[in-house]
Design a protein around this ligand. Structure first.
Ligand code: NAG
Ligand code: NAG
Ligand code: NAG
Ligand code: NAG
Length: 254
């Protein structure tokens, strides 16, 4: 059931325009703290639904300098960022004194985080008064970690989607975890023959505009079947035993 929904949303959002694609979709995300069930990865779940009640927005507690960050799992050339703000209950004006910046390494390891500045893509002091904001990084920023920081003494960050359009990846460091003798039913994105699972990984990573995040490797026929499921959700309820077929899924642990 879930995979059907995620595929539908994916087609809605991840159209490739001018060779750009959204590198943030289904990638691991973290935030300064979490209010209720509004975890960080909900801002990269492929849904622009801007009413938080539908469960596709993140929300921090009231923090000093609240922040949200996605790990793109590779060095990417960031061209444009599209932000979808939370629009219900008048909370859209909360977002103020914010910036998007990019880091090569996990900035949480740096002294004084979060009160540090990476390669700044965009900064705005005034309150956000609208649903979407399109930001063009000028010059293009290159990095792996994209952060949204609200530089306020105390405040909550609650936004619904961050799409990070990139023109190129200098590498792709995604890892896959394996569930032996298990498969995900359904037809997925595509089925192809390959010499070994490593070739399947390469084929999977090459599907940039349709982000392949999982595949099954069928040892008897030497075929792999590619899937676009959200790896931040546990796929276990959808997996079925299948001797000789192995399920590989993108590792989203931070
Ligand atoms: C953040 O760093 C600046 C100096 O770069 C300092 O003036 C400011 O007080 C710091 N803010 C916090 C909350 O630590
Ligand atoms: C946050 O704002 C303070 C001034 O209000 C400034 O000194 C500090 O450098 C800012 N920090 C960041 C990370 O932008
Ligand atoms: C941002 O760009 C998209 C298309 O890429 C457009 O549909 C949307 O209206 C833009 N938003 C703003 C605030 O310009
Ligand atoms: C926003 O930033 C400006 C300039 O750094 C500062 O004067 C103002 O106090 C900040 N607002 C809040 C709510 O922190």
């Amino acid at each position: 059931m879930y995979s059907l929904i995620s595929l539908f949303i994916h087609f809605l959002l991840n159209d490739v325009t001018n060779g750009l694609y959204n590198a943030a979709l289904y990638k691991p995300a973290v935030q300064s703290s979490t209010y209720g069930s509004y975890v960080a990865h909900l801002a990269v779940d492929g849904s622009r639904i801007s009413n938080i009640q539908y469960g596709h927005c993140q929300h921090t507690l009231n923090d000093n300098m609240p922040w949200w960050m996605v790990d793109l799992r590779g060095q990417f050339v960031v061209d444009t960022i599209r932000l979808t703000n939370r629009m219900d209950s008048g909370f859209y004006t909360r977002l103020q004194n914010f910036s998007f910046d990019v880091f090569d390494e996990d900035p949480r390891r740096l002294p004084n985080f979060p009160n540090i500045t990476g390669k700044v893509c965009y900064r705005q002091i005034s309150n956000m008064l609208k649903e979407t904001l399109n930001v063009t990084c000028s010059p293009q920023a290159i990095g792996r970690f994209l952060r949204l920081l609200m530089n306020v003494t105390i405040g909550a960050l609650d936004i619904c989607e961050v799409e990070v359009f990139v023109s190129d990846s200098l590498n792709d460091r995604r890892l896959f975890t394996i569930r032996l003798d298990t498969k995900l039913p359904g037809s997925g994105l595509d089925t192809l023959t390959a010499s070994d699972p490593a070739s399947c990984v390469q084929e999977c990573l090459a599907r940039r505009s349709s982000p392949c995040t999982a595949f099954i490797w069928v040892t008897t026929t030497k075929t792999c079947q590619l899937f676009s499921v959200n790896p931040s959700y546990d796929q276990t309820p959808y997996l079925v035993p299948s001797p000789g077929t192995h399920f590989y899924v993108q590792d989203n642990n931070f």
